[in-house]
Design a protein around this ligand. Sequence first.
Ligand code: DQA
Length: 147
Amino acid sequence: MSKPVYVLGGPNLNLLGTREPEIYGRDTLEDIHARLRAQAPKTALVLRQTNSEGELVTWVQEAGREAAVLILNAAAYTHTSIALHDALKSLKIPVIEVHLSNPAAREAFRHVNYVAPVATATIAGLGAYGYELALNAAMRLSGQGGS
Ligand code: DQA
């Protein structure tokens, strides 16, 4: 049995669908997760979201032990969390950073990024489609398919 792909989300992503839809789209996180399950029915997926920095760090550590690949949208913690940076730095698995919007094209405070320097790849600005691309890449990277 292959190791799972972890898809972790940070603060406020539970509000997707109603939160600034002109920036983040109208899909809920449930919609996005359902599409990932449909995309990879044979791949074990661990799909979680938290508003707590400590919980996210704990889950990143868990992914390091349990996952084949980590897909991470750390949301606002991307721009603030050295704890998250340190946790990611200790991982030996690929990390694919995802953002719905393109933070580099937004406010200056979003240009600070503690995740990208310790990620394998970053996908940003493609909305929910970015998650599908990330899962495809994760399956390739873990030898579980992908196109
Ligand atoms: C985000 C971008 C972040 O700057 C923001 O804080 C988020 C969402 C995105 O997916 O576009 O909460 O990570």
